[in-house]
Structures are given as C-alpha cells and as structure tokens.
Design a protein around this ligand. Structure first.
Ligand code: ADP
Length: 164
C-alpha cells in the first residue's frame, strides 16, 4: 500500500494544511498526518488539541489517519517503513529550509525516504498557523485562514489574555 506521511506542527491546522491533506489523500492510498511534538517549540495548542482538530477536519477522509511523534521524523519513517514524506511549499521563503530538511532525511535514511512537495493553492499562499495566531491574538477575523471551529478555538485561547 502506498503510504505517505504529512508531518508538521499544525499549531493550529489551517485551510492551507487542509488543502494539502485533501490533495495528498487523492494521490496516495493512505496518508498519515504526523503531529510533531517538539518540546523546543512552544505551541499554543497542546498535542491533544492539535490532533483532535485534525481528526475533526479529516473525519470524512477514509484514508487519512493522525499520529503523534516526538523526536526525529526519520526515526518515525524507519520504524513504520514509510518512504514518502509530503511537505507543502508556499513561496521561495519555504524553499531553503524545505530543501535542506528533504536532503537531510534522504541522507539519514540511506536514500530510502523521499520528500514530495505540493505547491500551495493560490488562495492559501499567504496562510500560515503563525499568521492566524497573530491575527487572532488581536481579536481579528481568521475565517479565511482556518476552519470555523478552529477560529473559535483560537479566539477562546486569546480571550482574556494580554496580547502576546
Ligand atoms: P512546520 O512547523 O513543520 O513547518 P507547519 O504546521 O507550519 O509545520 O506546516 C506543515 C507543512 O505544511 C509544511 O511543509 C508547510 O510548508 C506546509 N504548509 C503550511 N501552510 C501551508 C499553505 N498555506 N499551503 C501549503 N502548504 C502549507
């Protein structure tokens, strides 16, 4: 079975992520979204919250699963014998970092793990979790950036907080 993983922080999941997930689920027999639990990165939503949100937006996609991993992505790929990693590219600014991590994963896996890049759909090219968080932190409208229930969760998080 051709399985691919789509790893990321998903803090929180955005419409840009959802678009990549939908397109990937049509290309591969099985897509595992891996929520990276990286303790060095301070996240707004807990791993459990991030997983729940992705499960909610992918509930109708039968070949999509959600998992969690802490540590090196390559260890996850080797343990589960996964050879395809999906990443999204929005603009040239993503390219340097993404190229480097694709090549690192390829080298660390002795050539077994390849990265497949999906380019962003034009209407989501400006969308990122960080921009959604920044707008929500000022009480702004994020309805074009994230699913409705995620927008609600973002506003809940920032309600009553001093601006960060
Ligand atoms: P990370 O912290 O690992 O970069 P993110 O959750 O920010 O994780 O993103 C996961 C992946 O989704 C990355 O490959 C990122 O480039 C891609 N991505 C994020 N937003 C979009 C978007 N709007 N369109 C296409 N790809 C995107």
């Amino acid at each position: 079975m051709r399985t691919a993983i789509y790893p990321g922080s998903f803090d929180p999941v955005t419409n840009g992520h959802v678009d990549i997930i939908r397109r990937a689920s049509r290309m591969f027999e099985r897509v595992i979204i891996v929520v990276m639990n990286n303790s060095a990165k301070r996240s707004l939503f807990s791993v459990e919250e991030r997983v729940k949100m992705i499960e909610t937006v992918t509930a109708d996609a039968e070949n999509v699963e959600v998992d969690v991993h802490g540590g090196l992505l390559i260890d996850y790929c080797i343990k589960r014998d996964i050879r395809i990693c999906i990443r999204g590219l929005r603009a040239v600014t993503d390219f340097d970092y993404e190229l480097q991590s694709a090549q690192t994963n390829k080298a660390l896996s002795q050539g077994k793990v390849d990265t497949v890049f999906l380019t962003t759909s034009l209407n989501y090219s400006y969308v990122s979790s960080s921009v959604a968080k920044e707008i929500a932190s000022y009480g702004g409208d994020v309805s074009l950036l994230v699913p409705e229930f995620v927008a609600k969760a973002l506003h809940e998080k920032y309600r009553g907080r001093d601006h960060e």
